[in-house]
Design a protein around this ligand. Structure first.
Ligand SMILES: [Zn+2]
Length: 404
């Protein structure tokens, strides 16, 4: 108890650049004390490391806030002085890929608003993209990195990940502008009656608050109650995301989810009703296609491929493709990696994808994973609820496919 109370103050009182150093020193002290009395030294170290991790997040958030502000100012100046447009005009023409998730009012729903873009904003994005080049359907892109028709223009492919019901609105907005979007489907979610674990955590966080989620996670991880409850909401979400990123599908994570779901039921919330309103049905998907949408595969269960063995990856990839093709009657040749970051792409994935009949795959990284073009690691820009001028600026720093 003494040792634990020694950890807590630095984690909350030091928010400046030196706090990491202060925490490291605190942990050194704790370790020394732990060596004097070895009972529980391992636990203390584990708690100390967690606190350090949290505090790094908190410091990182402050720094990220400042960087974000500066970036916004620079983006604004570049757009309104015409610099962004000028650079786009001078640079080699490319096709760039944009990753959205949801369309709608970010206040009205529980999933993190970073994943949502307002309808009017999305309309502004399409107009802006049209002024810089052309919004092209993904069917114009082939896996060998060439575009069927050579173009004088920059190309932009708009994609939506996961299979949210509100993507129907995006398809309609795009259609009104003569454009097409590509919706990447996670087949287990289509017509789902419950939330996937990732969304469950977001939901629980929103519904029950950071403390409850943290307490349950800590309990499963064997961390004494009270040691982490000073975390703020943002840090808690980061922790939860991290926890499920590593544990998704594992028994401890499932127990956490089960326990928290029970709490939600106890608070008499219509848990399943959320899921039904949240995800597309197959009828929705067919409707989207009739309105001009293209479809990509995004796995069956949205698990991180790097955490799976080859057999499981094959199932995630081939079954997803088979189900989509069966339900829609159209061929699917594009795959979107769940989570999409560098660490979530399995080394064998491109081989599995190629054998399964895919000709291209997309990450959520802005640059090529291995520094060069690879049809199975095409970069995308994950788009937030940004003004159009901000989107244009961010696209300057996003790799794309050269038009040949
Ligand atoms: Zn996804």
């Amino acid at each position: 108890m003494l040792l634990r109370s020694s950890i807590a103050p630095p984690s909350t009182s030091h928010r400046g650049p030196g706090c990491r150093g202060a925490l490291l020193r605190a942990i050194e002290t704790i370790r020394d004390r732990g060596n004097e009395n070895r009972d529980g030294a391992g636990d203390v170290m584990a708690i100390g490391s967690r606190v350090l991790e949290q505090t790094r997040c908190t410091c990182g958030l402050a720094a990220a806030g400042a960087r974000e502000y500066m970036r916004r100012v620079i983006a604004f100046i570049c757009w309104f002085t015409g610099l962004t447009r000028l650079v786009f005009g001078l640079r080699r023409k490319r096709i760039r890929f944009l990753a959205y998730h949801r369309i709608g009012d970010r206040q009205a729903d529980f999933l993190p608003y970073q994943l949502s873009c307002g309808g009017p904003r999305f309309q502004q994005h399409i107009t802006m993209l049209g002024s810089l080049g052309r919004v092209v359907p993904i069917s114009n892109v082939t896996g060998n990195m060439a575009v069927r028709r050579a173009s004088e223009h920059n190309g932009f492919v708009i994609m939506f990940d996961d299979g949210f019901k509100d993507n129907l609105a995006a398809v309609d907005i795009a259609a009104r502008n003569g454009a097409s979007v590509c919706v990447a489907l996670t087949t287990d979610l289509i017509g789902a009656q419950c939330l996937i674990p990732l969304h469950t955590f977001y939901y629980l966080h929103w519904k029950l608050g950071a403390r409850a989620v943290l307490a349950a996670t800590n309990e499963q991880a064997g961390i004494p109650e009270g040691s982490l409850d000073r975390a703020d909401a943002v840090t808690a979400r980061a922790m939860v995301e991290h926890a499920i990123g590593d544990q998704i599908g594992s028994a401890p994570a499932q127990r956490v989810v089960a326990k928290l779901e029970k709490q939600c039921e106890d608070s008499s919330h219509q848990y399943a009703a959320w899921a039904q309103r949240l995800y597309l049905t197959w009828d929705d998907v067919r409707l989207m296609i009739s309105r001009g949408a293209c479809i990509a595969a995004h796995s069956c269960s949205h698990r991180r491929l790097s955490a799976l063995d080859r057999k499981e990856i094959e199932r995630e990839v081939t079954t997803c493709k088979r189900i989509i093709e069966h339900e829609t009657g159209i061929g699917v040749n594009a795959f979107v990696y769940p989570f999409g970051e560098r660490t979530s792409v399995h080394a064998d994935a491109d081989d599995v994808l190629l054998r399964s009949g895919f000709s291209m795959a997309f990450t959520a990284e802005r640059t090529w994973l291995d520094g060069g073009p690879n049809a199975f690691a095409i970069p995308r820009l994950v788009v937030g609820n940004w003004p159009a001028w901000r989107l244009a600026f961010e696209l300057l720093f996003t790799d794309g496919i050269d038009i040949t």
